[in-house]
Write a protein that binds this ligand. Structure first.
Ligand code: ADP
Ligand code: MG
Length: 401
C-alpha cells in the first residue's frame, strides 16, 4: 500500500497533480484510487466525466480507466453515516440554546468531523487491500493541516476525556435534565463514539509510517503561494509526516520569449531559487504552465511526464526528515540535515519567525513554530552531518504552562 497526500493552497494545481500521478500509477499496473477531500470537487471534471452520469454515484468510487478510480467524498453524507448519533445530540444541544434548527445542525459539524470521515476511508482501504495506491487530493492547506492533527487529538481525547465524560454523564443525566432542561448525551452517543474509535484504530500508525505515507506539497513560483507552502512544510514536519517532494507547478516554459512575460520570468527564477532555500534537501519537481487548462487523460500524462520524467511516481523521493524540532526542559532544539559536513562558520539570523542559516554557499530559510520564534537565544553546533540549533529563554509566558 502506498498513500500520498497532495497538499497546497487553493488553485495551485493539487487536483491536477494528484490526477496526473494517478494516471501514471495506474498505467504501471497499480490499482489506484484518487480521493478528493476538497468540497470544491473538480476530479470528475478533470477526467471529463459527466456529473449527471455520476448522479446517484455521488460520493462513491467511479472507475475512470483501467486500474484507476476516483472518489469525491460527500461530506454531509459521510457525517450522517459516521456521526449520525453524535451529530444529532450536538444539534439538539445547540438548539436548546435557542438557535435556529438549521443553523444548529450546521454548527454541530464539529471541526474534525470531515477529516475523521476521511480517516475512516483510509483505514478501510488499507484493511480491505482493495487498492495498491491511495492518492489524496486535499482541501486547501489550512484545512488539511487541521486534518493531520486529528489522529493525535483523538488519541488524547479517548484516553483522557472520553471515559470521564461517559461516567459523569451517566450520573448527571437525570439531574441535568430536571434542573437545566439540557439533554446530556445518552448511552448511544457514547457507543457511537466508541464504535468510531474502533474503526479508526491503527490509522495513526499508517499515516506516521513514511514507508507507506508521504506528503507532496504543490506550489507555484509566486511570493504568497510559496510563503504558504513554507508554512505547510513546517506543520507537516512538526507532525512528523514525511514530505518527499515539492512540486513547482506553472513554471513559464523556456521557449516562451514574448517580452510581455519578461518580468514574470525574472520573478519566477527568483522564487525557484528561494524555494530551494526553503525546502532543500527535499527535491523540487517543476511542471510547466500549460497553454490551456489541464483536462483529460492525455494532458494529465504530459503533466505527469514533466513532473516525474521516467521515475516511478510512487517512489519515496526523500527519505530523511528535512528537519526535526524537539523540546526538553524549556529548551527547543532544531536539527537540520546538511548536504555536507564541514567546519565552516555557521551564520544564524533570526528575522521575525524565520531563521536564516548560512554555511559557506548553503543557505536555508526555516519558518519557526510560534513558541520557538519568540525565544531569543540561538546557538548552533555541528554533529556529523546535522546542524543542531538550540533556542532558549525570553519566552516567559511559555514557561508558565
Ligand atoms: N501547469 C498548469 N498549466 C495550466 N493550467 C493549470 C496547470 N495546473 C493546473 N492548471 C489549471 O488551474 C486550475 C486549478 O487547478 P487545480 O488542479 O484544480 O488546483 P487545486 O486543486 O489546487 O485547486 C485548473 O483549471 C487547472 O486546469
Ligand atoms: Mg482541487
Amino acid at each position: 500500500m502506498r498513500i500520498i497526500f497532495f497538499a497546497g493552497k487553493g488553485g495551485v494545481g493539487k487536483t491536477s497533480v494528484a490526477a496526473a500521478t494517478g494516471v501514471k500509477a495506474a498505467e504501471a499496473g497499480n490499482r489506484t484510487v484518487i480521493m478528493s477531500l476538497d468540497v470544491a470537487h473538480s476530479l470528475a471534471d478533470i477526467f471529463d466525466i459527466n456529473r449527471d452520469l455520476i448522479g446517484k454515484q455521488k460520493g462513491k468510487l467511479v472507475k475512470v480507466k483501467e486500474n484507476l478510480w476516483i472518489q469525491e467524498l460527500d461530506i454531509q453524507e459521510e457525517i450522517q453515516k459516521n456521526w449520525g448519533d453524535i451529530h444529532k445530540y450536538l444539534s439538539t444541544l445547540l438548539s436548546t440554546t435557542g438557535l435556529d434548527e438549521i443553523l444548529a445542525e450546521e454548527l454541530a459539524i464539529l471541526p474534525g468531523m470531515e477529516e475523521v470521515s476521511l480517516l475512516l476511508y483510509i483505514n478501510r482501504y488499507v484493511q480491505t487491500r482493495k487498492f495498491d495506491v491511495l492518492l489524496l487530493d486535499c482541501a486547501p492547506t489550512g484545512e488539511s493541516l487541521r486534518f493531520i492533527s486529528i489522529p493525535t487529538t483523538l488519541e488524547w481525547y479517548i484516553n483522557k476525556i472520553f471515559k470521564m465524560e461517559r461516567t459523569i454523564a451517566k450520573y448527571a443525566r437525570p439531574v441535568a435534565m430536571k434542573l437545566y432542561n439540557v439533554p446530556l448525551p445518552g448511552e448511544d452517543y457514547f457507543d457511537a463514539i466508541e464504535h468510531l474509535f474502533e474503526r479508526l484504530r491503527g490509522v495513526d500508525d499508517i499515516l506516521a509510517d513514511p514507508e507507506i505515507t508521504t506528503v507532496r506539497l504543490i506550489t507555484n513560483p509566486e511570493k504568497i503561494v510559496l510563503k504558504e507552502t513554507q508554512r505547510a512544510f513546517m506543520y507537516f514536519s512538526l507532525y512528523k509526516m514525511s514530505i518527499d517532494a515539492v512540486i513547482m507547478n506553472r513554471v513559464l516554459p523556456e521557449d516562451v520569449n514574448d517580452a510581455y512575460f519578461t518580468e514574470w520570468r525574472k520573478s519566477q527564477h527568483q522564487y525557484m531559487e528561494l524555494a530551494h532555500q526553503y525546502f532543500s534537501p527535499v527535491p523540487i519537481f517543476p511542471a510547466n504552465l500549460f497553454k490551456g487548462e489541464v483536462l483529460g487523460v492525455e494532458s494529465l500524462k504530459i503533466l505527469a511526464k514533466q513532473i516525474y520524467g521516467r521515475k516511478n511516481p510512487l517512489k519515496r523521493f526523500y527519505e530523511g526528515e528535512a528537519y526535526q524540532i524537539s523540546k526538553s526542559n524549556q529548551e527547543y532544539e532544531l536539527r537540520l540535515m546538511l548536504p555536507f559536513a564541514g567546519k565552516e562558520d555557521v551564520e544564524l539570523n533570526k528575522i521575525g519567525d524565520e531563521l536564516i542559516v548560512r554555511i559557506a554557499n548553503f543557505k536555508r530559510h526555516i519558518l519557526l513554530p510560534r513558541p520557538v520564534a519568540v525565544l531569543d537565544s540561538v546557538k548552533a553546533r555541528l554533529e556529523g552531518n546535522q546542524l543542531c540549533i538550540q533556542f532558549e529563554g525570553g519566552n516567559h509566558d511559555q514557561d508558565k504552562e
